[in-house]
Design a protein. Structure first.
Length: 505
């Protein structure tokens, strides 16, 4: 092997990525990696050992010009922002169906007891599946990006089945509890259980499709389910709950089929059998993400449960659905979507910034990347502030101008939830950074504290005063989430180079 054939001394002829060695030790390691042992250095190159050869050829190697990787096309910022909002595509499809047909996939013109039962089913399905959706997304994205198609398939479908098992266990537990307390009539509980399982299956299927940016397929499944509701309700005159139950199950089955065929097409690349890590290892690695998904949805829905269960002494059920409260919260989703879409764009820019700075900065420039990252963090906070002002103002203007909205919502709740939404988005931005730095325990601690503030403040205010003041618990919880997660993030970013290196070991 001649010196011209050694890639560590001169750039390869195929113009692949190459960088000059940092010092003699770096070059010695590269020589040994190419098969230059002490005997090869003596017999083929005339040096006493590899170290002597490295010191002799170091000036020549460092004089060579580096071959940089080709510049990847940077996605447009606005396109990334739209992708960040793409999760709302099914919601937009549902809103259009309601707008033009006056029939929704679930909810709508129901009696008080029916609305309460469906509300319980909806909240239960989100909370029970939240942890599994987090794990499916994390593991699925990891195996997809590393092109381990068989492991991606095996991981996603294993946790999908675990999610179904958890839903069934929740339904059985609810049946036993309802048999003891007799809170709901048996028929109404049957609808509640069916809706809980159907909505949970729909959410789990959505978690599978999001791995492949399948928001359009999810929206198509949503529209197909809504079409079933319309056909059964308007054409066959079936009861609304029966029609909606059939529509939800149809939407869930279609989305699962879409995900199955997408996985099946990707599995054509596999060449060897796959096996997931042991259960104990999976639990050790993934439990913070599972707990985060569970607690996060608990935080999102805690104020609803507190508000609907306040002052129900004379009601037939321990929970009374308040449509005006729910409508105000649903209206805030539009502001939330406009703000939360930037999280994906900000995280993508964060990774590109760190990668570029690592390539640009020499090892001796300690602290440079940290200062760059801190400036980037401050700029993103300004962007989130601007988005919150714009989106909140737009929603409040719509409420003020559209008198029909004022008639169906509690205006005080709308104002208070819009005040807390920017804090929630800031907290989620910090959570995304904590996940990027492999600190899920800190993210879990922040969301758990937020849930604690939500429950304590919301419960006291709703019991001492009116039920709708439970929304203040959400505001205080969102504030706690933004502050605590922000404190964790700033502490990590202040020593970014160490924590980023530790996160990638």
């Amino acid at each position: 092997m001649t010196e011209d054939q050694l890639k560590c001394i001169a750039p390869p002829s195929d113009n692949s990525v190459w960088a000059p060695p940092l010092d003699a030790r770096d070059l010695a390691v590269r020589l040994e990696a190419e098969g230059v042992t002490a005997s090869v250095a003596q017999t083929c190159h005339g040096f006493g050992d590899v170290w002597s050869m490295a010191e002799a050829y170091l000036p020549l190697a460092q004089a060579q010009r580096a071959v940089d990787p080709p510049l990847a096309k940077t996605p447009h910022v606005f396109r990334e922002y739209l992708k960040g909002m793409a999760f709302a595509t099914p919601l937009l499809a549902s809103c259009l169906v309601v707008l033009f047909t006056r029939v929704s996939l679930w909810g709508g013109s129901l009696s008080g007891n029916e609305a309460a039962a469906i509300a319980i089913a909806t909240i239960t399905s989100f909370v029970v599946t939240g942890g599994f959706i987090q794990i499916i997304g994390r593991q699925g994205h990891f195996y997809k990006e590393t092109r381990q198609w068989s492991l991606c398939y095996l991981s996603c479908w294993s946790f999908l089945k675990a999610g179904f098992a958890a839903l069934l266990a929740c339904v059985l537990f609810g049946l036993l509890a309802n048999s003891y307390f007799r809170s709901l009539p048996l028929t109404l509980f049957g609808f509640c259980a069916a809706f809980s399982f159907g909505i949970g299956a729909y959410l789990l299927a959505g978690g599978l499709l999001y791995i492949f940016d399948g928001e359009i397929l999810l929206a198509f499944g949503t529209l197909a389910g809504a079409a079933i509701v319309l056909f059964l309700r308007l054409k066959l005159q079936e009861p609304l709950l029966v029609s909606q139950m059939a529509g939800i199950l149809t939407a869930a089955m279609l989305c699962i089929l879409f995900a199955f065929f997408r996985f099946r097409r990707l599995r054509a690349h596999r060449a060897e059998p796959a096996r997931l890590p042991s259960l104990s290892r999976l639990v050790y690695v993934l439990w913070p993400y599972f707990a985060y998904g569970f607690v996060y949805y608990g935080f999102l829905f805690a104020d609803r449960i507190i508000a609907w269960s306040a002052h129900t002494e004379s009601a037939p059920l321990p929970l009374v659905f308040h449509g005006g409260y729910e409508t105000a919260l649903d209206l805030s989703l539009f502001a939330f979507i406009l703000q939360v879409g930037w999280i994906r764009a900000a995280v993508a820019r964060f990774y590109r910034l760190v990668t570029a700075e690592q390539a640009r900065c020499p090892l001796s420039a300690g602290g440079r990347i940290t200062s760059v990252v801190l400036r980037f963090y401050k700029r993103q906070m300004l962007v989130f502030a601007a988005l919150s002002v714009f989106s909140t103002g737009a929603v409040l203007l719509a409420v003020e101008r559209i008198h029909a909205l004022q008639a169906i919502l509690v205006f005080r709740v709308a104002v208070l939830v819009l005040a807390g939404t920017p804090l929630l988005v800031i907290g989620l931005w910090h959570i995304a950074l904590l996940f990027a730095l492999s600190r899920p325990q800190l993210a879990l601690a922040a969301i758990a504290a937020a849930l604690g503030f939500d429950i304590c403040a919301g419960y006291l205010l709703s019991r001492l005063y009116t039920y709708d003041l439970a929304i203040i618990g959400f505001d205080l919880g969102a504030c706690a989430l933004a502050c605590i997660s922000g404190w964790y993030c700033r502490r990590l970013l202040a020593n970014f180079e160490y924590h980023y290196f530790a996160a990638n070991i």
